[in-house]
Design a protein around this ligand. Structure first.
Ligand code: SF4
Length: 293
């Protein structure tokens, strides 16, 4: 990947305070590398964060940041993107945040093909609140909230987003920083909804899904699936969500990418100019509600 500027340009005013060994560091490095590779200016990028250890990146990353409520980074990003489609809108959040409290927003954003990029720190546990099971925790996972083990099977975010209409679906791993940076770069360049699920260890509260576990299980996809069915099958390889599951190989890479009109490209009121450059007088009611005037 060609680096057009110093990734450290994207460092914010505060240094990261995550636990030593946390996967957040790898994701942070990969994201800065991708932004630098794309030649983006920090003040021209909109970031949206949820609640969690990942959300603390709001203070560590330089850009126009918004620290939202739990699970609500996605709807805020959708609103900002419709107002200002020229700036990338990147949501950075955790598995508890996006696949728990924010799951309905995730599926709605995929269904609308909103041009936002959702990057999920998936460590399969709520870290900031000190170690409760999340929707991606494995069946049987012991935690403060599940002392007898998780009863349910984990959700599969990739297949959920694929079947909801997401047009860019990928998975990365925080120990593969260059590979992850390339995925981020493509996800940000994609026009439409992008999900990048990022496998990462929480060294403090998840002793099962460790960096060593992933290193011995992940493999890189050699090519992108050409048809939807193939992408869905590949996305279903892991996690196993049925009885007699094993902890088999875990594919990482881009599972699916398809260009189709993003939500804001279908809005008649944005046909001539974007909302952030229109005066209130110019936003005529007949443009907004053409069927009712
Ligand atoms: Fe990272 Fe877990 Fe520590 Fe949070 S609690 S900073 S996710 S290692």
């Amino acid at each position: 990947m060609e680096i057009k500027q110093d990734p450290e340009r994207f460092n914010g005013p505060q240094k990261p305070t995550w636990c030593p060994g946390c996967g957040n560091y790898g994701l942070f490095s990969a994201l800065k590398k991708a932004l630098a590779g794309l030649g983006l200016r920090p003040d021209k990028i909109m970031f949206f964060f949820g609640i969690g250890c990942s959300g603390n990146m709001c203070c560590f990353l330089r850009g126009a940041g918004f620290h939202s409520l739990h699970g609500r980074g996605i709807p805020v990003a959708i609103g900002a993107k419709i107002c200002n489609p020229t700036s990338p809108a990147i949501v950075v959040a955790g598995d508890g945040d996006v696949y728990g409290e924010g799951m309905n927003h995730l599926l709605a954003a995929a269904r609308g093909n909103h041009d936002i990029k959702v990057i999920v720190h998936n460590n399969m546990v709520y870290g900031l609140t000190t170690g409760q099971a999340s929707p991606t925790s494995e069946k049987g996972f012991l935690s403060k909230s599940t002392p007898a083990g998780v009863i349910e099977y984990p959700v599969n975010p990739l297949s959920l987003v694929l079947s909801s209409g997401g047009t860019f679906v990928a998975r990365g791993f925080t120990s593969e920083v260059d590979h992850l940076a390339e995925i981020f770069e493509k996800a940000i360049k994609h026009v439409g909804f992008s999900l990048v699920d990022v496998l990462q260890p929480c060294v403090t509260f998840n002793k099962i899904n460790t960096a060593e576990f992933y290193k011995s299980h992940v493999y890189k996809l050699q090519k992108q699936e050409q048809d939807f069915k193939g992408a869905l099958e590949k996305a279903s390889e892991w996690p196993q969500t049925h009885e007699n599951a094993d902890r088999g190989r875990i594919p990482i890479g881009i599972f699916w990418q398809k260009r189709q009109k993003a939500y804001h490209e279908n809005l008649p009121q944005l046909k001539d100019s974007f909302l952030n450059s229109q005066s209130i007088e110019k936003i005529k009611i007949e443009n907004v509600y053409p069927l009712y005037t």
